[in-house]
Design a protein around this ligand. Structure first.
Ligand code: NAD
Length: 529
């Protein structure tokens, strides 16, 4: 690399022939750049280890013309791919899945280096990914098979069916927090349904995505190019994907970017699926097992350093059980520390600008009357943030209203279940929500506004291939996973055929016989009165 044209947090983008500054090597995290670099020709993108700033990988960055060329290639290949038997597409996913699992140790090392999460968490991410791949392989054929339809009384001489037709080329734009799992949710369903895919991963974790895309080709050398391609770059390149004539955009990322993508896609009426941010609540009811709730909250709030869209950010605990819940939570968090080593509970903040958000929320918590039960302002370091637990901050505070996306959780004491439900639902976000209760879990869960609700557990749905996942309100719309997730990548096409004529009884003719309407009325009178 000969010169740097811009620096993002954890990302360097450089024009190959530019002269100037030296590469980033460790030291303090740089400021975030604008999102326009990386779209010039001959650019490369260095992804950096968030724990120490070391270069993990250098990738060729795409520009406008290469994005368009890749979408065009995807379009060229798509009819061939869609024409394969569903079982052949499933077999390609199966070969890919086995290849990924066979090399999971190598991939886990890469995820650890590029995203910062501990190796064990990287292995869990890979495990979830291969499970989802297998679900898609196993269920797509039946879920997307054409179905016979009842033609109804007026057209009984017809037969009808609905077929599920792939959309074409799908653009998948993904985040850095689950650099394998998040893109795979859209990619696996889109591919098995007969679409080709252009994947634009986060500029913070492009090497994991490169590995994932290359693995598809390595596992399936007999397939033509263009089925699954990657484009590398920052948000400006993501914007190009939305303008490049793809047939659907699947976006996973922040709500702010989701809004921009929807506006960009509106120019061409390109449909979008938006998996955005969350501020997920947990209700701990008076009849909850406080130790079980604390164990789940500790994991749900701090796994992946809180950088989980469906992570726990708010807890509403009934006064009767509060002290026992807090004692259990403090016990759970004893010795829990971030770090880059193998023993760490979670890793560095992947995107250093997120550190500023957490710092602001910690300050807001203090200003809003919150008591720090664990950690405090001193817990926020340059790259690592120690666990932070805040009790009873004002509900209007930014630490309760905005997505923190860091290792911090707020706890609010409530006097009634109605208050807990009202506060849990009082958010611009509505991604997922949980309740802990021995007797009333189902009834409380039914009152929660969220894309998915959990009873006496958190986040488990994300590991189930069958469970649709997505948001409500500011958390987005559309679903990945399950049969509903597969249906996001096809359009229903109805086919209607006249099987035999009924001379003299035609309804849809300009020369309708005079006895037809009276006859129809007699039939309908019986059916509709
Ligand atoms: P982000 O919105 O900053 O970026 C996500 C992706 O969008 C990146 O690839 C980025 O390059 C691209 N992008 C940025 N601007 C763009 C534009 N104008 N047009 C097209 N693409 C553009 O999000 P992030 O920081 O990478 O991820 C964290 C966010 O993702 C959090 O809010 C988290 O809650 C959310 N998330 C949601 C889910 C879910 O399933 N709902 C899953 C994981 C993460």
């Amino acid at each position: 690399m000969t010169g740097i044209t811009g620096l993002a947090n954890g990302v360097e983008v450089s024009a190959a022939n530019a002269a100037g500054a030296s590469p980033l090597e460790g030291g303090p995290a740089p400021d975030r750049q604008g999102d326009t670099v990386g779209s010039s020709p001959n650019s490369v993108l260095n992804s950096l280890n968030p724990a120490d700033g070391a270069v993990v990988a250098t990738l060729d960055a795409d520009d406008v013309s290469s994005v368009r060329a890749k979408v065009a290639r995807g379009r060229q290949t798509q009819p061939w791919w869609a024409g394969q038997e569903p079982s052949a597409r499933a077999a390609a996913l199966g070969a890919w899945r086995r290849h990924i699992w066979a090399r999971h140790a190598e991939l886990a090392d890469l995820i650890h280096a590029e995203n910062g999460k501990p190796i064990d968490d990287a292995i869990i991410e890979i495990a979830l990914t291969v499970e989802h791949l297998q679900w898609a392989e196993t269920h797509a054929k039946k879920a997307l098979a054409s179905r016979k339809l009842n033609p109804g009384a007026l057209f009984a001489n017809h037969s009808a069916r609905v077929e599920y037709v792939p959309l074409g080329v799908v653009g998948v734009i993904s985040p850095w927090n689950y650099p394998l799992y998040a893109p795979n949710s859209g990619v696996s369903a889109a591919l098995v349904a007969g679409n080709t895919v252009v994947l634009k991963p986060s500029e913070y974790t492009p090497a994991v995505a490169r590995w994932y895309v290359d693995a598809f080709a390595r596992a399936n050398p007999q397939l033509p190019p263009g089925i699954l391609q990657i484009v590398v770059g920052d948000g400006a390149i993501g914007a190009e994907v939305t303008r490049a004539g793809v047939d659907k955009i699947v976006f996973t990322g922040s709500t702010a970017t989701g809004r921009r993508i929807m506006a960009q896609a509106a120019e061409t009426l390109t449909p979008v699926l938006l998996e955005c941010g969350g501020k997920d609540p947990v209700i701990v009811a008076a009849d909850a097992d406080p130790a079980a709730a604390a164990r789940a909250v500790a994991w749900g709030a701090f796994t992946n350093g809180g950088q989980t869209c469906v992570g726990v950010e708010r807890v509403y605990v009934l006064r009767e059980v509060r002290d026992r819940f807090i004692d259990a939570l403090l016990h759970e968090l004893k010795g829990i520390r971030p770090g880059a080593g193998r023993g760490a509970a979670y890793g560095a903040m992947t995107m250093p600008s997120q550190v500023d958000v957490v710092r602001r929320h910690v300050e807001a918590a203090g200003a809003a009357g919150g008591t720090f039960l664990v950690g405090g302002p001193e817990s926020v370091g340059e790259r690592f943030i120690e666990p932070i637990v805040v009790l009873d901050a004002d509900e209007d505070s930014a630490c309760v209203r905005e997505e923190t996306f860091g290792p911090m959780v707020t706890i609010k004491t409530v006097d009634t279940l109605d208050e807990a439900v009202a506060l849990a639902n009082d958010s611009d976000y509505a991604l997922s929500a949980s309740v802990f209760s021995r007797r009333s879990g189902d009834a409380i869960a039914a009152r929660l506004r969220a894309g998915q609700v959990s009873i006496n557990t958190v986040i488990a749905f994300a590991g189930m291939g069958s469970a649709p996942m997505g948001g409500v309100g500011g958390s987005g719309f559309g679903r990945v996973h399950g049969v509903d997730g597969l249906h996001e990548f096809v359009r229903p096409r109805s086919t209607v055929k006249q099987d035999f004529g009924v001379p003299g009884f035609d309804l849809i003719t300009l020369r309708r016989a005079s006895h037809v309407l009276p006859l129809m009325k007699r039939v309908l009178a019986k059916r509709h009165s």
